[in-house]
Design a protein around this ligand. Structure first.
Ligand SMILES: [Zn+2]
Length: 241
């Protein structure tokens, strides 16, 4: 789902915020939420600022909770949310699923509570004002294609894959599918997982250091589909059901 449609002033890309609903033995697991109803209805000043800058479309119907409802999935059915990181455009939908546990890296939770760099200012404390149940992880306990990974308690297999840099505790999320894997790399990857879309030096500053490794990984592993936290609008038009 695209749960954070944007049209930045420059360059004029039509961009969506990637959110996945994964069917597991624990019910639907959301991987990132996009922005939530409160971001559309009474946005925090940080969100208002970014919304202007990035041309965030103000439309509550694009939230995960409304999109899932249109598919017959009620907010109360979502008991687990896995997050790449806690920036408002990935975690803004948390209050819309008040019964969900939040699975996230411990360092990311710490950064959310005590931001200390400019990019960590894009947290919105109201995303956790409902005092959700946190499930915090930090111990690497698995190897996923050579990446240190943290197994999450779901079937099919899901892993948190630490890709620190964009924020202190930013992780990718690997999801086993019928015939391979989806690797939601969040904001460790440039737009649309296209590595030449922005200059490497800029990616290094904003997205962290993982671009070159992920680019080589994508070439070596066609059975793994890499997704970025922000994909071009055309991606969602092809993949939305
Ligand atoms: Zn981010």
């Amino acid at each position: 789902m695209d749960c954070a449609p944007m049209r930045p002033w420059f360059p004029r890309w039509e961009v969506g915020g990637t959110c996945l609903a994964v069917d597991t033995d624990q019910g639907v697991v959301l991987v990132d939420t996009g922005v939530g109803l409160h971001d559309h209805e009474h946005p925090y000043w940080i969100v208002r600022l970014f919304a202007l800058d990035f041309g965030l479309r103000r439309d509550p119907e694009t939230t995960a909770v409304r999109q899932l409802a249109r598919r017959g999935i009620a907010a109360g059915d979502v008991r687990h949310i896995v997050l790449t990181h806690l920036h408002f455009d990935h975690a803004g939908g948390l209050p819309d699923f008040p019964h969900a546990q939040i699975h996230v890296h411990r360092l990311e939770h710490e950064a959310f509570l005590r931001p200390r760099s400019w990019i960590e200012l894009a947290y919105d404390r109201f995303d956790a004002a409902h005092d959700p149940a946190w499930r915090l992880y930090e111990q690497i306990d698995a190897d996923w294609f050579g990446f240190g990974a943290i197994r999450l308690p779901f079937t099919p297999r899901l892993y948190l894959v630490p890709l620190f840099g964009h924020t202190r505790g930013h992780c990718g999320v690997a999801i086993q599918t019928g015939d391979g894997w989806i690797f939601q790399c969040g904001d460790a990857l440039p737009l649309n997982a296209e590595f030449d879309v922005t200059p490497a030096w800029l990616n290094g500053i904003v997205l962290g250091p993982h671009g070159p490794r992920l680019e080589a990984f994508a070439r070596a592993h066609p059975e793994v589909r890499l997704l970025a936290g922000h994909m071009r609008r055309s991606f969602f038009e092809v993949h939305l059901t």
